[in-house]
Ligand binder design. Structure first.
Ligand code: FPP
Length: 240
């Protein structure tokens, strides 16, 4: 929904493409999984930083639909790391009133990860201070195609008039329709690509590209991104 031009304050929703774990490891002669491990530490730090500065929603691109082509050992390592992260952070998330959610094809994930995710999501479902959204087996085009399929089914069964399909109809059929669109999208490692991330939801987001590799992106770097965002004037198509 378009709003009038406004000077930005703290973003309500920050979405991050966590890029550069592999390069971070390579620079140090370490295995790629070591890079992901250090990346998981950045996740912990940034979740805390969001709480400190008052960012309510944090969406992290943790595993894309395209990532399934990576070597089996790397995928297995990432899944184990996710499981470990959830085990270690569950208590902390809960104590800080943060709700865990997943955006993506959760059904693609190995059973042990699915179980853990469902357990932590159920335990934190009534938490209200903030939301940590993990984009897992996520693809923006897959999400939009999935919404189109659901809308087509409603139309085919006479529950929705095709003429009435509008932007709101599409938005209502995305994975997490109640989550506001991100205000700020951060990508690390200097890459200037969207990589199929939140294609619909990022329409009006401010972009911030950090040269830092994700394992080196910590609280100071995050605060810098927030400061820059605060100085941006969001126009939403207006001329002001
Ligand atoms: C991109 O770096 C990163 C990923 C594909 C995975 C992100 C995963 C983590 C940060 C760790 C675990 C996540 C959680 C939520 C605990 P890359 O491997 O593409 O790096 P490169 O481009 O330098 O090779």
């Amino acid at each position: 929904m378009k709003k009038n031009a406004e000077k930005s304050s703290i973003p309500e929703h920050v979405a991050i493409i966590m890029d550069g774990n592999g390069r971070w490891a390579k620079e140090r002669g370490l295995s790629r999984i070591k890079g992901h491990e250090e990346g998981a530490e950045s996740v912990r730090v940034i979740v805390d930083a969001c709480r400190k500065v008052g960012v309510k929603y944090l969406t992290l691109y943790a595993f894309s639909v395209e990532n399934w082509v990576r070597p089996k050992a790397e995928i297995a390592g990432l899944m184990k790391l996710l499981d470990k992260f959830l085990t270690e952070r569950e208590k902390d998330l809960h104590e800080n009133d943060v709700r865990l959610r997943v955006s993506g094809r959760i059904e693609d994930l190995p059973l042990f990860v699915r179980r853990k995710l469902k357990k932590v999501m159920a335990a934190t479902k009534d938490n209200r201070a903030g939301q940590l959204i993990l984009a897992l087996s996520y693809g923006g085009r897959t999400e939009i195609a999935n919404a189109a399929k659901q809308i087509a089914k409603l139309a085919a069964t006479g529950q929705l008039e095709p003429e009435k399909v509008d932007e709101a109809t599409v938005a209502e059929h995305l994975y997490l329709p109640d989550v506001p669109d991100p205000d700020l999208m951060i990508r690390t490692s200097g890459e200037m690509r969207l990589s199929n991330f939140l294609l619909w939801q990022l329409s009006y987001a401010e972009f911030y590209i950090s040269k830092k590799l994700w394992p080196d992106f910590r609280e100071a770097e995050f605060l810098e991104a927030i400061e820059e965002y605060k100085g941006r004037r969001r126009r939403f198509g207006d001329i002001k």
